[in-house]
Design a protein. Structure first.
Length: 215
């Protein structure tokens, strides 16, 4: 029986990278002009579960099961491995990987093949189930979802931050909202919104902000 493959294939030129977990592995295929294809390599070193690897320059960055791995796209050679935040998913922006674990831990990691360098981490409030949703960055904000709750963090550069250009949430830089029964969010920046049975807001209060724990 074939293992399920959830991650999206990664394509560069005429080469396609595919990966699956459940003890399977990953492979790179080269497609020729006549429609034929040949395997470039197969490896057990990158076993993506539900999260797709990200191609940055010549290197793929992804979770091989629960190990964050950097691997050369064209050869399958592993540059480094690290347990990082545990099994999770990634998004990339401004030279950094935002790693979001199924346990609610968020890590900021430099996207470099020279070695694993974590710049900080924090944890969101989480329910009883693993978090398999993937992080999104848009308009200078990092969006995270855990079940029916969405968090947003301002990740734009803070020029006056003493810790430099790494992401550091500051006062009023984070908001959280809860989804209604139809799964539709009600926009309420910088606040937490709790919905009643009919989807109407019944509680509105400000949130405490969180910050990276600097290593």
């Amino acid at each position: 029986m074939m293992s399920p493959t959830w991650p999206t294939p990664v394509v560069r030129g005429n080469r396609i990278f595919v990966s699956s977990d459940y003890g399977t592995g990953a492979g790179l295929v080269e497609v020729k002009a006549d429609g034929s294809a040949s395997e470039v390599y197969f490896t057990k070193e990158m076993r993506n579960h539900h999260s797709t690897s990200i191609l940055i320059g010549d290197y793929l960055y992804g979770f091989s099961s629960n190990i964050l791995t950097a691997m050369r796209f064209d050869t399958g050679e592993v540059a480094w491995k690290d347990r990082s935040v545990g099994k999770g998913s990634l998004v990339y922006a401004d030279g950094n990987l935002y790693a979001f674990s199924e346990n609610g831990v968020v890590g900021l990691v430099e996207a470099s093949p020279t070695g694993y360098k974590e710049k900080g981490r924090f944890r969101i409030q989480q329910g009883s189930l693993p978090t398999w949703t993937h992080p999104i960055i848009a308009g200078g904000r990092l969006y995270l979802r855990d079940q029916d709750t969405i968090y947003a963090f301002d990740v734009r550069e803070k020029r006056n931050n003493l810790v430099g250009q790494a992401f550091l949430p500051v006062h009023n830089s984070m908001w959280k909202l809860t989804l209604g029964q139809a799964g539709m969010p009600v926009h309420n920046s910088m606040w937490k919104l709790t919905l009643g049975q009919a989807g109407m807001p019944v509680l509105l209060r400000s949130l405490c902000t969180q910050s990276w724990q600097q290593w």
